[in-house]
Design a protein around this ligand. Structure first.
Ligand code: GCO
Ligand code: MN
Ligand code: MN
Length: 390
């Protein structure tokens, strides 16, 4: 195998946020450990490691208190860096969590003026994203939640959130931005309890919106794993409903704080099934690595972190193809997937005649229970593919 077989493939649209590789290593217990890079320097880093694109929150690019002159200079430097590095901006988003004004939420704040400011800030951030060609707009409700349910009604919160999204959908349509909205769930952190805790919460919200066709989800590995859930199943649900618009790849030990580890570094088996799912279903959207390098890393090591995220994806993609081509594995899949064309035809669609025939079908539960399910064997073969001996 040539040594560059796992080099990042531009067709897979690997992206990084300005806030990811540009993260200076600040955490709740300590300040930055790396110098702060400008957006243009971060674009250079992302270009150097061979990614496809870069995403930003409004204030990753333009500080919240920048003057119009400063903003113009930053945009021009960033635009040049994008061009030099052949990078695109597929996604943009709003910072609705850092500033003190959002301490009790943005779209779900108890204060109507704060809610209006959040919508206004998002409109301006959508203008900024559109200037750089972004077509996906992510909504992560960083502060949409509570510590105590004495403070806010969860029913009212959903209504407020829906109203803001409906307003912003119309804005995007009227401006001709062509945005697809992608909602990102998280169970907690920074709030004690966050609304829309899991991807499925947004999948349930979307059909109640004024423009469901422009809305989908942006699931993140770490967020579902924080809650001890199976991320692959959440992504499966999003894919099955045609709502997987974007994805945040990283890794996480189950039940811990939001660790944002390098993709595949904590749970390679889950990462394998995730990559296999995305590839088997021909997911064509951007694959964003929303992860952070260890706090111990210098920028040389941050590059290794970024390369590692993409390389692990490429390796797991190759493993998935190997799994699909493995004759023994395919043989086992044939054994466990018992086919019965006549019965499947009966149960496919209800009719009185089909119901009658089904009631009369000779289905012997004792005989049925005897069918073999060699799942230990199948999982061991999967592990052997993963561990590199098959
Ligand atoms: C987090 C989130 C964020 C969002 C980002 C885009 O836990 O901090 O994952 O990184 O993805 O704000 O909206
Ligand atoms: Mn996260
Ligand atoms: Mn994220």
């Amino acid at each position: 195998m040539p040594s560059d077989a796992f080099a990042p493939d531009k067709k897979l649209k690997f992206t990084f946020g300005l806030w990811t590789v540009g993260n200076p290593g600040r955490d709740p217990f300590g300040g930055p450990v790396r110098e702060t890079l400008t957006p243009a320097q971060i674009a250079d880093l992302i270009g150097e490691v061979g990614a496809y694109g870069v995403n930003f929150h409004d204030n990753d690019l333009i500080p919240i208190d920048a003057t119009p002159e400063q903003a113009a200079q930053i945009k021009s430097d960033f635009r040049k860096a994008l061009k030099n590095n052949g990078l695109v901006v597929p996604m943009a988003t709003t910072n609705l969590f850092s500033d003190p004004v959002f301490k009790d939420g943005a779209f779900t704040s108890n204060n109507a003026q704060v809610r209006a400011y959040a919508v206004q800030k998002t409109m301006r951030a959508m203008d900024l994203g559109a200037e750089f060609g972004a077509k996906i707009y992510v909504f992560w409700g960083g502060r949409e939640g509570v510590e105590s349910d004495a403070t806010k009604s969860p029913v009212e919160a959903i209504k407020r959130f829906r109203e803001s999204i409906n307003f912003l959908s119309e804005y995007s349509i009227e401006q001709g931005y062509g945005y697809k909205f992608a909602f990102e769930a998280k169970p907690n952190e920074p709030r004690g309890h966050m609304y829309f805790a899991v991807t499925g919460s947004y999948l349930a919200l979307i059909p109640t919106l004024d423009h469901p066709e422009m809305c989908g989800v942006n699931p993140e590995v770490a967020h579902e794993h924080m809650a001890g859930l199976n991320f692959v199943h959440q992504v499966g649900a999003a894919l099955e409903s045609g709502k997987l618009f974007h994805i945040d790849l990283n890794d996480q030990e189950f039940g811990r704080y939001d660790q944002d580890f390098r993709f595949g570094s904590a749970n390679p088996k889950h990462a394998f099934f995730l990559v296999k799912l995305l590839e088997d279903h021909k997911y064509a959207g951007p694959r964003q690595f929303d992860a952070h390098a260890y706090r111990q890393s210098d920028y040389q090591d941050v590059k290794e972190f970024a390369r590692g995220c993409m390389r692990t994806y490429m390796i797991l993609k190759e493993k998935a193809a190997r799994w699909n081509a493995d004759k023994e594995i395919q043989g086992l899949l044939n054994v466990i997937n018992v086919q019965d064309a006549a019965l499947s035809k009966l149960t496919k669609k209800y009719s009185s005649a089909n119901a009658k025939k089904l009631l009369a079908a000779p289905l012997d539960r004792v005989e049925l229970a005897k069918a073999r399910l060699p799942y230990e064997q199948l999982d061991q073969l999967t592990m052997e593919v993963l561990m590199g001996v098959r």
